[in-house]
Design a binder for this molecule. Structure first.
Ligand SMILES: [Zn+2]
Length: 398
């Protein structure tokens, strides 16, 4: 006979916490600020009294501030003093670990990059790289910490990143395995530290702060192309991690007609075909650039170098073909591509969109569906910063 489920059979529910309401108020201010408290109440469906109480706490902790209204409305009664996210009192540290260098930046709550340092790695082992990052964070703390309370540190990097455990499980190009990044940096900086993969971090940045944030919160695919290539996807505003945090590994998708050797030992993987190393090597060999840097190739293209344009457009088409597959697989509201050419050179974006249109059968409108990054000048700093901002907006530190 079937037994009735008893209360004691069920796991204890997590304690109900009011941070949900606090987070809802802070996000309403981020999305709509400057905004009056009464409008926040409408947007969040919380009572006016609850909004007032939460707003007071957020204000006391420097997360929101009152802004003088531009137009004084005629009439009687207490004037509405709208609230906005406080861009001056608090900030987060955004860190990005790339193959040749680390980026360490200070960002405000709107994701604006206030300070940015890009330091080439001395040695590439995790201890050396993370120690250098911690030194840089300490310097930012010294210079800005007195005026601006730093709420946390977010780190984004390529490869397989386990955000839940705060580890880089595997970064094959850097040769890192099972590196406890969050614990190491948290001990060195005394800040709360969170880590995530490039593409998941960038997708969160798009959902919080991007040009098509509304669409990205419904459903989205984000492709990141740097020295490593990875993908993130989200539905209903939630970014899929997978039970092993391994979702989005497309680095070794086979690419037709590519003879580049890959770090995995095979030939013709997507990461080898479109990764920055191969592109920079070819640009150097063709005499198009003088320093081995992807931004030098983009700068040459913007300055009119036909060779640089051709190299970047060829890569954009290859990325476009992979993007078409992802578009058909997920049919997202938006497909966001962070790739140096498509981010900054209009011809590359057009070539990428044309290739997606040619290979996709989903019938999507390319101009409304396929977008370059909303943060073309600061992709890496914003990726790191978004990992920390995600935590601030999910569970405001009040
Ligand atoms: Zn491979």
């Amino acid at each position: 006979m079937q037994r009735t489920t008893r209360r004691s059979d069920l796991p204890l529910p997590a304690a109900r916490r009011s941070p949900d309401s606090t987070a809802a108020v802070l996000r309403a201010v981020l999305d709509h600020g400057p905004i009056a408290r009464s409008s926040i109440a409408r947007a969040t469906r919380l009572s006016a009294a609850t909004v007032s109480g939460i707003a007071a706490s957020l204000q006391a902790r420097g997360l929101v501030r009152e802004v003088p209204e531009a137009v004084v409305r005629p009439g009687i009664g207490r004037p509405h003093v709208p609230l906005d996210v406080d861009s001056a009192a608090v900030g987060v540290i955004g860190v990005h670990i790339a193959v040749p260098r680390a980026t360490v930046a200070l960002l405000n709550l709107r994701g604006r990059v206030l300070v940015r340092h890009q330091d080439p790695h001395g040695r590439r082992d995790p201890q050396s790289v993370l120690a250098a990052v911690a030194d840089r964070v300490a310097a930012i703390h010294r210079d800005y910490g007195r005026r601006r309370r730093i709420l946390g540190l977010g780190l984004a990097t390529g490869g397989w990143v386990d955000g839940l455990n705060g580890t880089v499980v595997e970064h094959p190009v850097l040769g890192w395995r099972d590196v406890p990044v969050a614990a190491t940096l948290s001990a060195a900086t005394r800040l709360p530290v969170r880590v995530d993969s490039n593409s998941r971090a960038l997708l969160r940045a798009e959902q919080l702060l991007g040009r098509v944030a509304g669409d990205a919160r419904r459903s989205a695919v984000q492709i990141f192309v740097g020295n490593v290539v990875d993908v993130a996807f989200a539905t209903g505003g939630v970014i899929h991690q997978g039970p092993r945090s391994a979702a989005g590994a497309v680095a070794h998708l086979p690419v037709e007609g590519c003879a580049e050797p890959c770090s995995c030992g095979r030939i013709g993987c997507l990461q080898a075909a479109v990764g920055e190393r191969a592109l920079v090597r070819r640009a150097l060999a063709a005499g198009l650039i003088e320093r081995p840097d992807i931004h030098a190739v983009v700068d040459a293209a913007l300055a009119g170098s036909a060779g640089a344009v051709a190299l970047l457009e060829e890569r954009a088409r290859r990325v476009g073909r992979a993007a078409a597959l992802l578009l058909d697989l997920f049919d997202p509201d938006v497909l966001l591509v962070s790739e140096a050419g498509a981010n900054r050179v209009p011809g590359c974006l057009a070539a990428l969109r044309a290739e997606v249109a040619a290979w996709s059968s989903a019938g999507a409108d390319m101009t409304t569906t396929v977008h370059p990054s909303s943060f073309p000048e600061n992709v890496l700093a914003v990726a790191g910063g978004a990992v920390a901002l995600d935590q601030v907006y999910a569970d405001p530190p009040i």
